[in-house]
Write a protein that binds this ligand. Structure first.
Ligand code: G6P
Length: 360
């Protein structure tokens, strides 16, 4: 059945490997017979009518929302705010005149997100849920649903749902741009197909990842992920993965913010994983890496092919600048996986965590 591990030692590894297939499934599900991008007319109208999008989510889905904000703002020119559900509930920001709420939830059952949905429905606002579980509570109670088509995700630490969420948000952004008559030189289906192939290249490089991690994180007390722009958001997700399953204290930081405090934590040998996928901040993030190396850090750079330098630890196959999170997250997922594996952790069922949290 769909939810057996087969030859895999853990669901998490299986689900990391399923990401290229999930991308291809999304491409198929969201295009018509003429290979044109196609969303429900209702969703398109709701997006077009909104003067501001409020993305509400928790955990990994929140991190996907941060990437989604950039996609929707850059492609569709609609302002987007991203909120942690449990914060939004108790501290509702000043809302725009015509908000549309977008709930991102793998399970569709997260109580913190549902509390916001109930509240904004009482206030009379429209809601769209992006979920991996059709028929889930958040899907039923929202006006509209977009499915992730990632297949069941069993491991507590979310992997393929994160990349599926970003892919669907990219499609939503382009659909909205088209509805608004904006001209784009970005074909999401073509670019996502390139992403699927890139992901496959990366999941074929597991051994290289395992080797990298064994020396690097085996004895680590803590680890920091640094990046700028889109890379910063992926760093937050990379750090969350590492925390969740290996119990190594980890944080994702904005490269430029290091000097304003965090750099005080750097000691001899502190592992720093830097992402360099964005041309416009490539020089700046590499400067940050030099700063931490000068203070004794054990830094590794994961870069995009077009920005590759000799000393980079790992190079990602080239994808469109807007979609780099879909590939840069894969080595970070594998890094967390192998770190946890070599530390003997219970990868699919980490302590204190639940797959879906149905209490506020
Ligand atoms: C739990 C899980 C996380 C997940 C979060 C949100 O905390 O352990 O992996 O990201 O809930 O879940 P959702 O189903 O709403 O995406």
């Amino acid at each position: 059945s769909d939810i057996e591990k087969g030859t895999y030692p853990h669901f998490m590894l299986k689900e990391i490997d399923e990401q290229p297939f999930a991308m291809r499934k999304i491409i198929n599900e969201y295009q018509n017979e003429n290979n044109e991008l196609k969303l429900d007319a209702d969703v398109q109208m709701a997006m077009k009518a909104a003067d501001r999008i409020y993305i509400i989510a928790c955990g990994t889905s929140y991190h996907a929302g941060l990437v989604g904000k950039e996609l929707i703002e850059k492609l569709a020119s609609v302002p987007v705010e991203v909120h942690v559900a449990s914060e939004f509930s108790y501290n509702i920001p000043l809302l725009s005149e015509k908000p549309l709420f977008v709930f991102i939830s793998q399970s569709g059952e997260t109580a913190d997100s549902r509390a916001v949905l109930v509240k904004i429905k009482e206030m009379g606002y429209p809601a769209l849920t992006i979920t991996n579980v059709p028929g889930s509570t958040l899907s039923r109670e929202a006006d509209y649903t977009l499915n992730l088509y990632a297949g069941p995700e069993i491991a507590v630490a979310s992997t393929k749902a994160y990349t599926a969420q970003i892919a669907v948000l990219a499609i939503l952004a382009v659909d909205t741009a088209q509805a608004k008559g904006l001209k784009l030189d970005f074909d999401p289906m073509q670019e996502l197909a390139i992403v699927a192939n890139a992901m496959e290249t990366l999941t074929d490089q597991k051994e290289a990842m395992e080797e990298l991690v064994t020396n690097y994180l085996q004895a680590a007390r803590n680890a920091f992920f640094i990046g700028r722009s889109a890379d910063y958001h992926v760093c937050m997700e990379g750090a969350l993965k590492l925390k969740e399953i290996s119990y190594i204290q980890a944080e994702g930081f904005a490269g430029g913010e290091l000097k304003h405090g965090t750099i005080a934590l750097i000691e001899e040998g502190t592992p720093i994983i830097a992402l360099a996928t964005q041309p416009d901040v490539n020089y700046a993030i590499r400067g940050n890496v030099q700063e931490v190396i000068a203070r004794g850090a054990n830094a590794m750079i994961i870069s995009m092919k077009s920005l590759e330098q000799d000393t980079d630890a790992f190079v990602l196959p080239q994808v469109h600048d807007l979609l780099t999170p879909l590939v840069s997250v894969v080595p970070l997922q594998l890094l967390a996986y192998y770190a946890a594996l070599h530390r003997g952790c219970d990868i699919d069922k980490p302590r204190n965590l639940a797959k879906s949290v149905t209490v506020e």
